[in-house]
Design a protein around this ligand. Structure first.
Ligand SMILES: Cc1cc2nc3c(=O)[nH]c(=O)nc-3n(C[C@H](O)[C@H](O)[C@H](O)COP(=O)(O)OP(=O)(O)OC[C@H]3O[C@@H](n4cnc5c(N)ncnc54)[C@H](O)[C@@H]3O)c2cc1C
Length: 475
């Protein structure tokens, strides 16, 4: 294998593997180094997203949703299910299979695009002339050189002080995706995306789930009307959500975990769980990268410092994804990766953070793009809002899921769409229409005048746009 490359990417998650493929497509001799290893020692490229994030969580969300539908929703359709049971071992094996297929898919794409793959830990060692020396520490150690280096080393879970993760009783996202049996009492610290998704999985399978969130508001970054609806629905489903909850002590026993906490009124509380998931956010990961040795600048929180174009302080060293500022989302990492490679090729890659979609894959799903009503109010922007409930949508009624609504926010003077907010069935898919509209600088009237298939959930977006103009038809 050649040891001189145009582009070497350190990290093989969504940011890293996408950068490697795009660089190769642009004609650069490219290598990608990733250290994730699956059972048996085989490489497992795909990073957090593929191995312990987006993909396995969605596999378990689907399994648990199927189980819940079979237990509750099918009867309404005249389908009686007798003797329903869940085999957690088989469910987890299916999840592992899905993950393995994604790992193999990335290895195939590397081969197809002639990306040289190195399995091990990559570190920036030195700059020699116009090239970087990068060391690979793994089963097959190597020293390679590169004109450009893209750092895509991702993130790791934020620790709760005084609460070590053992992934048996106290779990991070990795453990939460591999609980071997349904815990009767599950505690979740943190009501963010990961906590809510993991809490939903195990609640649907029968766990009593208590969510302890330190912040005073539930889903503070989400549009207030959506967050309010979500809290109502999740509570009705049986998730006990406590905001303003401060953990004071965690005591891990042989068979349970005792958590002492104070509630929003300052009253001392105590809860005992069979397992406790800690999901209080993620922090950038640069361990073993050699940042200090070569003087790669990190900020006070450990993020690699980059400019708007993802350039670091070092010549020809770029950084993308969770290890740099901005939303910790797989698709944000991928977009930055593509933009960086195109800049290396002298093109004009660009990522607009305002049109990055956000999704929470609970049931109902939550999705949004652009600004929330509270952000527009705080900025003093004059806007119009249009809302349409799924209750009035024919396809949602046929599906048997009429929870939630679509809300479109548009500039009061120009009608340009400023934000689209959704809670309801399949809104993870519906939000793309809002993203496209915003990327093209559409007005709400543009969406309102586009012919949408009937019956479809997307008609709710058209109707919400019509509502901005004060002329929704079906309500
Ligand atoms: C439970 C969970 C669910 C999630 N669900 C979603 C979702 O639905 N949608 C979404 O958009 N995002 C989701 N995320 C977030 C998403 O996983 C991250 O935003 C995304 O993985 C970031 O990609 P990345 O390439 O920057 O880093 P990572 O995916 O973290 O990849 C970094 C890779 O680099 C490797 N590495 C690190 N240092 C080195 C080194 N020195 N040498 C070699 N290799 C190294 C790591 O082992 C890893 O393989 C979820 C996260 C979690 C934990």
């Amino acid at each position: 294998m050649a040891d001189r490359f145009d582009v070497v990417v350190i990290g093989g998650g969504p940011g890293g593997y996408t950068a490697a493929i795009r660089a190769a497509q642009l004609g650069f001799a490219t290598a990608c180094i990733d250290d994730w290893t699956r059972a048996g020692g085989k490489p497992a490229p795909g990073g957090t997203c593929t191995n312990v994030g987006c993909i396995p969580s969605k596999a378990l969300l689907q399994s648990s949703e199927n189980y819940e539908h079979a237990g509750h929703a099918f009867a309404d359709h005249g389908i009686d299910v007798k003797g329903l049971s869940i085999d957690v071992k088989r469910m987890l094996a299916r999840k592992d299979k899905v993950v393995g297929q994604n790992n193999d898919g990335i290895l195939y794409l590397f081969k197809k695009n002639k990306v040289a793959f190195f399995h091990g830990r990559g570190s920036l060692a030195a700059r020699d002339g116009d090239a970087w020396t990068v060391k690979v520490d793994g089963a097959k150690p190597a020293t390679i050189t590169a004109t450009h280096v893209v750092v895509a080393t991702g993130s790791k879970p934020r620790a709760l002080p005084g609460t070590p993760i053992d992934n048996d009783r106290v779990l991070d996202n990795e453990g939460a995706l591999a609980i071997p049996d349904v815990p009767a009492r599950l505690g979740v610290v943190g009501a963010g995306v990961i906590g809510l998704e993991m809490g939903s999985v195990w609640r649907r399978l029968g766990a009593t789930v208590t969510v302890l969130e330190a912040l005073p508001t539930f889903l503070g970054a989400v549009d207030e009307a959506v967050a309010k609806e979500a809290l109502k629905v999740f509570t009705r489903q049986g998730l006990a959500i406590h905001t303003g909850a401060k953990i004071t002590a965690v005591e891990v026993g042989k068979a349970d975990v005792k958590v002492a906490w104070t509630d929003a009124t300052g009253k001392t509380q105590s809860s005992t769980f069979d397992r406790l998931i800690v999901s209080i956010g993620r922090v950038p990961f640069t361990g073993g990268l050699g940042a200090e040795a070569v003087g790669l600048a990190l900020d006070e929180r450990g993020f690699v410092v980059v400019d708007d174009a993802c350039r670091t302080n070092l010549p020809n060293v770029w950084a993308v994804g969770d290890v740099v500022r901005g939303p910790m989302l797989a698709h944000k990492a991928e977009e930055e990766a593509v933009a960086v490679c195109e800049r290396i090729a002298g093109q004009h890659g660009h990522v607009d953070f305002n049109t990055v979609p956000w999704v929470i894959y609970t049931s109902p799903e939550i999705a949004w793009v652009g600004e929330t009503e509270q952000q527009l109010k705080a900025a003093g922007t004059a806007y119009k809002a249009g809302t349409f409930p799924f209750l009035a949508n024919g396809r949602a009624r046929a599906l048997g899921d009429t929870t939630g609504f679509v809300k479109v926010l548009a500039d009061a003077a120009t009608d340009r769409i400023l934000g689209v907010h959704m809670i309801g069935p399949m809104v993870s898919e519906l939000i793309s229409e809002g993203v496209v509209a915003m990327e093209f600088g559409a007005a709400s009237e543009d969406l309102a005048r586009i012919c949408h298939a009937h019956p479809s959930l997307s008609e709710a977006t058209k109707e919400a746009s019509l509502a901005v103009l004060g002329r929704a038809v079906n309500i």
